[in-house]
Design a protein around this ligand. Structure first.
Ligand SMILES: C[S@@+](CC[C@H](N)C(=O)[O-])C[C@H]1O[C@@H](n2cnc3c(N)ncnc32)[C@H](O)[C@@H]1O
Length: 188
C-alpha cells in the first residue's frame, strides 16, 4: 500500500533540504563511487533531496528517480526541473529491467519497508544492477534489527559487502553507510 506524505511532512523535508542540504544530502552524494558516465537509480528518491546533488555528478550519465509515492515524485520533478539527464518512475522494484544500472543507492529508505516486502524488493534491486555494479545504502544506526535483515537479504541476493562505515548525519543522528558490489560474470 502506498503511503502518501502529509503537506506538513513535505514542508518539513523542504526546510531540512534548504537549511541542511549540503551536510545531510550532498555529503552522501559526494561519496558515491561515480565517474560521471554511469546509469544510476535513486530508489525511494522522495522529493529529490539526494538526487539534486547526484544529477550534477553525471554530466554524461543518467539518473533514474524512483518512488512509490506519486506526491513525493511530483515534488522530485520540481526539485530536478533544471536537469536534462534525469527521468522519473513510479513503479515497483519488480518492474525494473534486469542488468540495467551501474549504481543503485537508497538513502534512508530500506529500514522503513516492512520485512516481508524487503524480501522481494532487495532481490529485484540486485537483479537490476549490472554485473560489476554497486549498491549503496545509508540507514539509521538505531534500526539494528532492520539493518541485520537488510544485510542478510543483500548478501543472499548475490551482492558482496565491500565497505561499511558509521557517519553522523545532522538532525538524523548516526547512520550506517554500506557499499555492496555485484560480481562480474568472470568472478562468479
Ligand atoms: C524517508 S523517505 C527518504 C527519501 C529520500 N531518499 C531522502 O533521503 O530524502 C523514504 C522514501 O522511500 C519511499 N518508499 C518506501 N517504500 C518504497 C518502495 N517499496 N518502493 C519505492 N519507494 C519506496 C517513500 O515513498 C519515501 O519517499
Amino acid at each position: 500500500m502506498t503511503c502518501e506524505p502529509t503537506r506538513l511532512e513535505m514542508f518539513l523535508t523542504r526546510i531540512v533540504f534548504f537549511l541542511c542540504g549540503k551536510s545531510v544530502y550532498q555529503d552522501f552524494s559526494d561519496r558515491l563511487p561515480l565517474q560521471g558516465t554511469e546509469k544510476v537509480l535513486d530508489f525511494g528518491c522522495g522529493m529529490g533531496t539526494v538526487a539534486y546533488y547526484v544529477a550534477r555528478r553525471l554530466p554524461q550519465g543518467h539518473l533514474v528517480c524512483l518512488d512509490i509515492s506519486q506526491r513525493r515524485l511530483s515534488a522530485c520533478r520540481r526539485t530536478l526541473r533544471r536537469f536534462r539527464n534525469v527521468s522519473f518512475l513510479c513503479v515497483e522494484a519488480s518492474e525494473l529491467p534486469r542488468d540495467s544500472f551501474d549504481v543503485i543507492y537508497c538513502h534512508f529508505v530500506l529500514h522503513d519497508i516492512p520485512p516481508g516486502d524487503l524480501e522481494t524488493v532487495i532481490p529485484w534491486l540486485a537483479e537490476s544492477l549490472k554485473p560489476g555494479g554497486v549498491f549503496v545504502i545509508r540507514e539509521p544506526l538505531n534500526e539494528a534489527e532492520a539493518l541485520r535483515g537488510i544485510k542478510r537479504l543483500t548478501e543472499h541476493s548475490g551482492l558482496l559487502l565491500k565497505t561499511s562505515r558509521i557517519t553522523h548525519v545532522p538532525l538524523m543522528g548516526n547512520a550506517v553507510e554500506s557499499i555492496f558490489a555485484k560480481n562480474t560474470a568472470r568472478e562468479v
